[in-house]
Write a protein that binds this ligand. Structure first.
Ligand SMILES: CCCCCCCCC/C=C/C(=O)SCCNC(=O)CCNC(=O)[C@H](O)C(C)(C)COP(=O)(O)OP(=O)(O)OC[C@H]1O[C@@H](n2cnc3c(N)ncnc32)[C@H](O)[C@@H]1OP(=O)(O)O
Length: 316
């Protein structure tokens, strides 16, 4: 039973508590040793002879796990812009969960199959003209994806090979390290206010963890989108690299992170992120209700409709 719980409930916060029977998030740091991802009984059942395994059955997401290196590559492929639909968000959460449960997996590189877009963020059509129940289901899926990615015990590296507004930026910020293609046509940031919507507190807190309070406040209020060079300057991206090398650079960076013993890195990551994760977990239902109420308002629906119409206009 204990082994089963370990497999099904890992991730930075919950897994550490479940593994040790510790009820309190704040008293679990030392206990995390026992849930660190060392080989253990049962682990062998998850290994295969094939070196690379294909995980996802979805055509919107591919996940390839290399058993030899312990590194999985998660590639978004939801044309035309990798927008995060309910379906893709659900696939992402399931895929991340599977990787978390695989004892031979130590790291994930997240990237896009699309040549110029990492992700356009949340699929705006999921937030327009739908019944309240749909908004609730959609927002729960957004939360779930964030909980799995931000709370992952794996090393997570974003290989940002294109533009990455809003929810796309959120995903990148959830990762431990961000590399971005140095193409000045690409941009990244939380632009929600430009759509007339408000990034929720856990988007804000994720950004604050990456760039600090002042840059977050300015970025959020103005809905700033940064070029790759500007993103490095404010700390939103760790490094830019030539476009054609993004993926290989991510692999090299991953090797650096994997030199650190997993248990020490995981406990450290957990200490850094736990408060933010617990904050959402404590308010999950009210956050869903807030979103559903907010997005259902006529004024917000009008803003989103106008935004989508503007997007559809031919570009100058
Ligand atoms: C209390 C309060 C709590 C309330 C809390 C509320 C919180 C909400 C948080 C929201 C988070 C979000 O992520 S909101 C999403 C924000 N995302 C964005 O603003 C991105 C907008 N998109 C772009 O900037 C661009 O499309 C970009 C990604 C750079 C690609 O540019 P391109 O020129 O290559 O492509 P485009 O021609 O623009 O787009 C191709 C098609 O894709 C569509 N498209 C583009 N982005 C889309 C998107 N996000 N969702 C759906 N569809 C999209 C376009 O309309 C086009 O449709 P057709 O013309 O029909 O082909």
């Amino acid at each position: 039973m204990a082994a089963l719980l370990l497999r099904t409930s890992r991730g930075l916060g919950a897994c550490l508590r479940v593994a040790t029977g510790c009820p309190s998030p704040s008293s679990c740091v030392v206990a995390a040793w026992s849930s660190a991802r060392w080989p253990r009984e049962g682990a062998v059942a998850w290994r295969t002879h094939a070196q690379v395994r294909h995980y996802s059955s979805s055509d919107k997401l591919s996940i390839d796990m290399d058993d030899k290196t312990g590194v999985a590559v998660l590639k978004l492929s939801n044309p035309p812009v990798n927008s995060l639909s309910l379906e893709l968000l659900t696939e992402l959460a399931i895929g991340l969960d599977k990787l978390e449960m695989n004892p031979s997996c130590r790291g994930v590189i997240m990237t896009s199959a699309h040549p110029h877009i990492f992700s356009a963020g949340l699929d705006v059509s999921e937030m327009m003209g739908k019944p309240t129940e749909h908004y609730r289901e959609f927002w729960r899926a957004v939360q779930e994806m964030w909980l799995k990615l931000y709370g992952s015990s794996l090393v997570t590296i974003a290989a940002i090979n294109g533009s990455s507004p809003a929810g796309g930026c959120l995903m990148a910020m959830c990762c431990d390290y961000r590399l971005m293609a140095d193409n000045p046509k690409y941009s990244i940031g939380l632009n929600e206010t430009k759509l007339g919507i408000v990034a929720p507190f856990w988007f804000r807190d994720t950004m604050m963890g990456v760039v600090g309070t002042r840059v977050t406040e300015r970025s959020l209020q103005l809905g700033l989108m940064y070029s790759p060079a500007e993103a490095v300057h404010v700390g939103l991206v760790d490094r830019t690299v030539p476009e054609e090398t993004v993926f290989e650079e991510a692999r090299t960076e991953m090797a650096r992170w994997l030199k650190i013993p997993d248990h020490a890195r995981q406990i450290t990551k957990s200490m850094m992120r736990k408060t933010t994760i617990d904050h959402l977990l404590a308010q999950r239902d009210s956050d869903i209700s807030n979103f559903a109420n907010f997005i259902s308002k006529d004024s917000i629906q009008k803003s989103l409709t106008a935004y989508m119409q503007a997007l559809r206009q031919p570009k100058k």
